[in-house]
Design a protein around this ligand. Structure first.
Ligand code: GAL
Length: 343
């Protein structure tokens, strides 16, 4: 009898030990936060881009907060050259990264890059520069571990136009000819963000019932210095005729402010200026009146979205082909709120 009780006790103990063992195992397998040995390769189209600098800083910090080790997160500068970036991707593949996060130099290279990465059986998260719809459909049809995380640039363009339209024709039509004379400063035209912001900012004005008159449209490649030169030249050529300056991003709008001030013009009084991104400096300029408004391009939500997709791929979970995010208008009414959220 005694023997039977002892063996029963021992059997119970063994089962209990096994169960505890299973519990430990399964929690480490499901791996919430257990990414210390996972390697992430990140390609940024160009380190000198202001917005992408905020983005990559947030992306790295968030990955570390999820449990990735800093030394296992490698971020490469594509130096705005697709051949350089393609080589970096090949090096990451040779290095056996567990996941790739890619901000393409040329969106049109997506199909080539996708084929290379899929062949190496590495999951791929595209960010910021959206590949074509056909390309995204291909990922879906083939059930590949590839996705895109970003915002719909049409929304940001529309918001820029609405910020101007909301001021009312009387205020913006400085020369009283019933039309809005504007100049457009474009980002890299290969990029859908530049194409859509250019198109939809003006469309929003037209949709609000304004007549428009384009005086100039130049490419500033997202760059402050180029923005300054373009706006300085346009102000020299068209002077007081210019009522609105649309910049596809804030870096170029910051350049525009320099040119506007140098020409002795005053935003809000004799000219209006909008950008996109909500860089800290731009929000401060909206508050002080040096800029009419901007549109918050939420790099925090996008960076987190991209990292979350990378984690899902690592865990073997399914990821949507398109992971979206909303833009937000920034005017003097809410610029402080946005600044507080950014700091
Ligand atoms: C845009 C952003 C620009 C620039 C560009 C790079 O979304 O507004 O400032 O960073 O991405 O592709």
């Amino acid at each position: 009898m005694k023997k039977r009780i002892i063996s029963l006790l021992m059997a119970t103990l063994m089962v209990a030990t096994l169960l505890i063992g299973c519990g430990e195992n399964s929690s480490s397998n499901s791996g919430s936060g257990d990414y210390a040995d996972k390697k992430v390769g990140i390609c940024i189209y160009q380190f000198s881009d202001n917005f992408m600098t905020l983005y990559r800083t947030e992306l790295e910090a968030y990955l570390i907060s999820l449990g990735f080790k800093k030394e296992n997160i490698v971020i490469q500068d594509g130096a705005n050259d697709q051949a350089t970036q393609t080589q970096q991707i090949q090096n990451f593949i040779a290095d056996g990264v567990d996941v790739l996060i890619v901000n393409l130099v040329n969106s049109s290279s997506a199909a080539t890059i996708t084929d290379i990465v899929v062949a190496a059986n590495i999951p791929l998260v595209y960010i910021n520069r959206e590949p074509s719809e056909d390309e995204e459909n291909r990922w879906k049809e083939n059930n590949w571990n590839v996705c895109y995380v970003g915002c719909d640039a049409r929304q940001s363009g529309t918001m820029q136009g609405e910020i101007i339209a909301d001021l009312g024709l009387d205020k913006v039509d400085l020369n009283g000819d019933g039309k809005i004379q504007y100049i457009m400063v474009e980002g890299d035209p290969e990029n859908i963000d530049a194409q859509y912001r250019t198109e939809f900012s003006v469309k929003a004005l037209v949709d609000a019932g304004f007549e428009v008159d384009e005086l100039d449209d130049q490419v500033g490649n997202w760059d402050q210095v180029q923005g300054q030169t373009i706006v300085a030249n346009a102000l020299a050529a068209y002077g007081e005729k210019i009522e609105v300056v649309f910049c596809n991003n804030d870096a170029m709008a910051l350049g525009a402010i320099q040119a506007i001030e140098a020409a002795g013009r005053t935003v809000g009084t004799d000219i209006f200026l909008v950008g996109v991104d909500a860089l800290v400096e731009a929000c401060e300029d909206v508050l002080s009146g040096k800029m009419t408004g901007t549109v918050f391009n939420d790099h925090i939500a996008q960076a987190h979205g991209a990292a979350d997709c990378a984690v899902k791929f690592i865990k073997g979970e399914k990821v949507d082909v398109y992971v979206g995010c909303d833009y937000k208008k920034v005017t003097p009414d809410n610029a402080q709120e946005i600044l507080d959220a950014l700091k």
